[in-house]
Ligand binder design. Structure first.
Ligand code: UDP
Ligand code: UDP
Length: 468
């Protein structure tokens, strides 16, 4: 599979990702494609980054691609009290946004002039004035679904009263199925939150962006993509390029030897993989119920446990987190492998032993599950911006099971029995397996020779030529 063979460009492109692995990973996958198209690349890296995982991935990427120039963007310190936010990643977004004026001298100091920059969505409104001033074309990489992008693009059309968006019970966006209010993050519904402010600022700048790249593909989000490319959501919508599925790359391979070795010993399609991404902390109570659910399901499982938002803060060992009883039950039933460290998720999802994925539905996880044909059991967190909207995409194409009543949060603990029952449903459904296999075939066609990815990349590079 390759999404860039035979396409050539001489452009000098800078990439500006935001914080968090869910943002860095798709940027670096895109970067690898652009290197293969012979673009000259400058990667703007944040100094500091939030997590170990980010610094390790950047090092591995730069070692794998020595032709890429790294330019460090040293951020100004931010007094957390001024940002009204406790999430370390969102706080870091704000730190970058408030340091954005420093990008101007950084860009001007590059030894060869840039043709364009590709900026993460969350930084857009603070970076656009700077690149406009430098007359530098600015493209956006949107790291979530096209459905989520439709919401962002439609936001300026929604009435505002006393600073709050007047969302009804459903948001009727022309051309796509309505988004129920219950799918929106409470952070977006409350105009005083940092997330709502950033989201709103960014939505206002979309028309000033030269083009929008989305990690999705036609068969995954046909209706949203038709609507966006037909410009039905917003009159001045810039061109939208569906560059997905962005392919996982070898450089990401901090292999997970124990997990892969264990998977080798399991029957085809028998293992349920459980992981809630790179920045979701799970309470000990919920972890223990989930563990009971996994044991009760009677399925083999590979489970990545995470108790803190930022990896640097993980302190407790597995024994302490799971508790003696659960540890005993897992060991004596010989049913699963539990890990607490970063695993190479795409390697796991692409392993033939894996037959299901219990996921929070971060968009990268959804696209990876689609690529490797692994049906999902969706357990989204409502507090985060896009997960429930991504679940609607999964439901619409039949890539997984979604339980509407499942909640996630400090005050809600979902019981093990209920989780176990749904895992059984997930792992025993022939129709889900067939549908996931069909979607995977389409995804692989998209990244194959003459597939839609190559075609879109070509169109993107042609559009850069025109903007010269
Ligand atoms: N990931 C991984 N190993 C882990 C946890 C996450 O490789 O232990 C990767 C996963 O494959 C995906 C990304 O990190 O590419 C997480 O992005 P996603 O959008 O799924 O969720 P987020 O972490 O942003 O909530
Ligand atoms: N997002 C957006 N506009 C913004 C900020 C964020 O559309 O101004 C999207 C972005 O694609 C992000 C998603 O909202 O992936 C969810 O944000 P979340 O807080 O869940 O962070 P993530 O898991 O992506 O790091």
């Amino acid at each position: 599979m390759s999404n860039s063979d035979g396409i050539h460009s001489h452009h000098h492109v800078a990439l500006l990702p935001s914080s968090g692995m869910g943002h860095l990973i798709p940027f670096l996958r895109l970067a690898a494609s652009l290197v293969h198209c012979h673009c000259q690349l400058t990667l703007i890296t944040l100094d500091p980054v939030v997590s170990f995982a980010e610094s390790q991935l950047i090092s591995r990427f730069l070692s794998a691609f020595p032709q890429v120039t790294e330019k460090r963007f040293t951020l100004l310190p931010l007094d957390p009290a001024t940002a009204d936010c406790t999430d370390p990643f969102a706080l870091h977004w704000e730190t970058i946004r408030r340091s954005a004026h420093l990008l101007s001298p950084l860009i001007s100091s590059l030894s060869s002039p840039l043709s364009l920059i590709i900026t993460d969505i969350v930084l857009m409104s603070s970076v656009i004035p700077i690149t406009a001033n430098l007359c530098l074309p600015n493209y956006m990489l949107f790291t979530s679904s096209a459905r989520m992008f439709s919401l962002l693009a439609y936001l300026p059309s929604i009435a505002v009263d006393h600073g709050s968006f007047q969302f009804g019970n459903v948001i009727e966006i022309p051309g796509i199925p309505p988004i129920p209010r219950s799918s929106l993050s409470p952070l977006l519904l409350n105009s005083n939150t940092l997330f709502a402010k950033i989201f709103s600022d960014n939505s206002q700048t979309i028309s000033k962006v030269n083009g929008v790249l989305i990690n999705t593909f036609e068969e995954l989000e046909e209706q949203s993509l038709h609507t966006l490319t037909g410009a039905k959501v917003l009159e001045e919508l810039p061109p939208v390029f569906a560059v997905g599925p962005l392919l996982p790359c070898e450089f990401e391979g901090q292999e997970s030897p124990a997990a892969l070795k264990w998977l080798e010993e399991q029957k085809e399609g028998s293992v349920v993989y459980v992981s809630f991404g790179s920045r979701t902390a799970t309470s000990k109570e919920q972890i223990r119920e989930l563990g009971m659910g996994l044991v009760l399901s009677g399925c083999k499982f590979l489970w990545v446990v995470k108790t803190k938002i930022v990896d640097k803060e993980e302190e407790d060992g597995l024994d302490e987190i799971l508790g003696h009883d659960l540890m005993q039950r897992i060991t004596s039933s010989n049913s699963g492998l539990v890990v607490k460290e970063w695993v190479n998720q795409w390697e796991i999802l692409s392993h033939k032993a894996v037959g299901g994925f219990v996921s929070h539905c971060g968009w990268n996880s959804v696209v990876e599950a689609a690529l490797y044909g692994v049906p999902l059991l969706a357990w989204p967190q409502r507090m985060f911006g896009d997960q429930r909207i991504n679940v609607e995409v999964i439901e619409a194409i039949g890539l997984g099971l979604c339980v509407k009543s499942w909640k996630w949060g400090e005050d809600v603990v979902l019981k093990g029995e209920e989780i176990g029952d749904k895992i059984k449903d997930l792992m025993s459904s022939e129709s889900l397996k067939l549908e996931a296999a069909r979607i995977s075939q389409e995804a692989k066609k998209a990244v194959g020779v003459d597939g839609s990815c190559q075609d879109t990349l070509k169109k993107l590079l042609q559009s850069w030529k025109k903007s010269e």
